[in-house]
Design a protein around this ligand. Structure first.
Ligand code: BGC
Length: 704
């Protein structure tokens, strides 16, 4: 930014704050109180006489959620709240593509504005400490650098539509079990060096206008009213000037909330006047227990937000939703999010030439996911399933048959009872019980398995699409382990015995155990909940119309007991989680302690091959870059992700030698035979460090 532009911006901001302060002064206590708590499930009160509108919010990260009754968790049942269903944040993170993150954010912002929203409750940027956390599909990565590199452009994409991104959940909301009451026990250095940096970058550098507090406790305080997190860190140290919104039902005390940097209390119940920051706060002010200035500060920040969003000056962007271009973005992201994990004997891509018939097996081939997962659920305009994607691509001349192979229970439809209404009960979250099957369902599974086994030999191609669904990847729910549910391990083993050439696709929001069958499979394609065009993208990858370029944004452990949150720290316990693993989270732990994952952080194959060479360090002013040459040595167009990890040059005392951290990456698109010089900007202090350049955290091509 030029100095002049910077000066103009500062002047504009100063004026805006001046106006916000003035306007706040003109408000009565009642009016102010109305603005700082929910007056409906997703909106606050405005002040009509001064043309101050209410603040209208909506979930969530994969699209704008359907409309609810103002005071009841029952859907309005409108026909105008179907929306573009975007790939989940884990899928977006798999693209390692900052530009796509900006584009996906921009679709979400445009749709939120198109639906008349002021604040969109996302993106979720908590780190994936354990693969068992039920909300992992809403989050980006186990790595703070990758998270913020994608979340910053995402937020900027949202906000260019004059809609605030509300980044969540601040902070250390890494498990769902007893999420309302459990306490995180973590060393402050680890908190500041691992779990907070992505928030700092997204809020401060990304300029997110709002942040949502977490349900859990930290150092004895609930995060939504925490003196440490909100006052000391966010306000005093970071000088954050955006709006802080509580998670729904995350406030527990009037005085603590009023004294904290929290600006708006939201909850799931309809007794709006009884919220902690409603009448109880008014009473406390009138009785002199709490100063009215506290409320003035909150209201000023809310008014400043409204001004930033041009909510009162008639200069606001107009949005739109369900456009062709939004769907195109959803497809682009979905294509780049598919990760080719294994491809032996070049069995993929599949050919459609001369193929007479294809058998598709597995519940996820034929299931839609958009309407599940908790607050991330949406009413998708449509959702192309893998089965539809395959049929659509093969075009009718190939016979495509489908069998379930296993029973995954009934699809979640519109239920009479909304889970969110009761979400404050029982501590707000649980761990899935390890599945135990009734005799009847075991019988039904057996029949489905036999049917699949009987049919599999008779087809030119067999494609399995299984994995998890939102009964597992779900808010308020952690998994008990990483095992594939519904008897899929046995089904996969038996199918692979008779069809070793079967293409295996796993669709899930978190990794699953693969040990029982992975060595039998020649291919493995991973796709996340890929949005409305997820099935199209998957089919294009399977049949080679798209060359896969996704890379894992998290470690795929062999079992959850290889994850440090479980084997060193504690996770999923009701009262507290001890982050004893410290900084050794995800690949930081696996690499340092030389534990073999099933697939490592950053892994992803392509149908072409790349050669990474000629690495050197270049400095330009204050900035340091790794430059190297990447050549596409195969015969297809493709994309490679150059990943730069930084390691200590010498073993540091008390630290395992291979502690390495991602500090830069670039995705490069190359035609066959093409070579490009890539510059990867590196972050942090590189003194005394070695630079490892690779195409995954383990496949290191250059060591400097
Ligand atoms: C979730 C938030 C969500 C809010 C509103 C809470 O249960 O934790 O992420 O934005 O509900 O639906």
């Amino acid at each position: 930014m030029t100095d002049m532009k910077q000066e103009q911006m500062e002047k504009h901001e100063a004026e805006l704050w001046g106006q916000a302060r003035q306007l706040a002064k003109a408000l009565t206590l009642d009016e102010k109180i109305g603005m700082i708590h929910g007056a409906e499930l997703f909106r606050t009160k405005g002040v009509k006489r001064l043309n101050i509108p209410p603040l209208v919010m909506s979930d969530g990260p994969v699209g704008v959620r359907q409309e609810f009754q103002p005071d009841k968790w029952s859907a309005m049942g409108n026909t105008d709240d179907y929306v573009t269903y975007l790939p989940c944040n884990s899928a977006l993170a798999s693209t390692w593509n900052r530009k796509l993150a900006q584009e996906e954010g921009s679709v979400l912002g445009a749709e939120a504005r198109g639906r008349g929203k002021d604040v969109i409750l996302g993106p979720g940027i908590n780190l994936k400490r354990s693969p068992l956390c039920g909300r992992n599909f809403e989050y980006f990565s186990e790595d703070p650098y990758l998270t913020k590199e994608l979340a910053v452009p995402f937020v900027q994409g949202v906000q260019k539509w004059d809609v605030a991104a509300c980044v969540k959940h601040f902070a250390v909301n890494n498990q769902e079990t007893e999420r309302l009451w459990m306490e995180v026990k973590i060393d402050e250095d680890v908190l500041r060096n691992l779990y907070l940096p992505a928030f700092y970058d997204v809020l401060k550098k990304g300029g997110a206008y709002a942040v949502m507090g977490a349900y859990n406790k930290l150092y004895g305080e609930h995060c939504c009213q925490s003196g440490f997190l909100l006052n000391e860190v966010l306000e005093n140290q970071w000088r954050y000037d955006g709006v802080v919104i509580s998670d729904w039902g995350g406030v527990h005390d009037t005085k603590a909330a009023a004294d904290s940097r929290l600006d708006i209390e939201m909850s799931v119940t309809s007794n709006f006047d009884e919220y902690f920051m409603a009448l109880p706060l008014k009473k406390a002010i009138e009785e002199g227990d709490i100063s009215e200035e506290k409320v003035d500060e909150k209201v000023t920040r809310i008014l400043a937000l409204m001004m930033r969003l041009h909510m009162m000056d008639g200069n606001r962007e107009t949005g739109t939703y369900n456009t062709e271009s939004h769907r195109r973005t959803a497809l682009k992201v979905a294509r780049e999010s598919v990760v080719l994990l294994k491809n032996q004997k070049g069995c993929l891509p599949l050919s459609s030439q001369g193929v007479r018939n294809v058998l598709v097996i597995g519940d996820n081939a034929n299931r839609t996911h958009s309407n599940g997962g908790g607050s991330a659920e949406i009413k998708a305009l449509y959702e192309i399933t893998p089965l539809m994607g395959i049929k659509k691509l093969l075009g009718g001349n190939v016979q495509v048959d489908y069998v379930k192979g296993y029973e995954a229970g009934s699809e979640k439809g519109e239920s009479e009872v909304n889970w969110q209404e009761f979400s404050l009960e029982n501590g707000g979250g649980a761990t899935n019980a390890a599945s135990c099957q009734s005799q009847e369902s075991a019988k039904a599974q057996e029949t489905l398995l036999k049917e699949a086994l009987k049919m599999a030999p008779g087809y030119d191609q067999v494609i399995f699409v299984g994995g998890l669904n939102h009964d597992y990847d779900c808010e308020g729910n952690d998994r008990a382990d990483m095992k594939l549910p519904y008897g899929q391990d046995r089904l996969l083993k038996e199918l692979l015995c008779i069809r070793p050439d079967m293409t295996v696709v796993i669709m899930a929001g978190s990794p699953v155990e693969m040990g029982q069958w992975i060595s039998m499979a020649d291919s493995l394609v991973w796709c996340w909940y890929g949005g409305m065009e997820g099935g199209t993208a998957l089919a294009e990858v399977l049949y080679g119309q798209v060359n896969p370029s996704g890379h894992l944004p998290e470690s795929f452990y062999k079992t959850h007991m290889d994850c440090s949150a479980h084997c060193v720290g504690t996770f999923g316990k009701p009262d507290f989680a001890e982050y004893k693993e410290g900084m050794y989270v995800g690949y930081r732990y696996l690499d340092a302690y030389r534990i073999e994952p099933e697939f490592c952080f950053g892994h992803g194959l392509s149908y072409t091959t790349f050669f990474c060479h000629g690495g050197r360090i270049v400095t330009e002013g204050e900035d340091t870059f790794l430059s190297c040459l990447v050549t596409n040595t195969g015969d297809r167009e493709g994309a490679e992700v150059v990943q730069v990890y930084v390691r200590p040059a010498q073993e540091e005392e008390g630290k395992p030698s291979l502690f390495q951290e991602l500090k830069g990456f670039e995705k490069v698109f190359l035609k066959p035979g093409e070579t490009q010089m890539v510059f990867v900007k590196l972050e942090g202090n590189l003194d005394g460090k070695r630079i490892a350049v690779g195409t995954s955290s383990r496949d290191i091509k250059i060591l400097l």
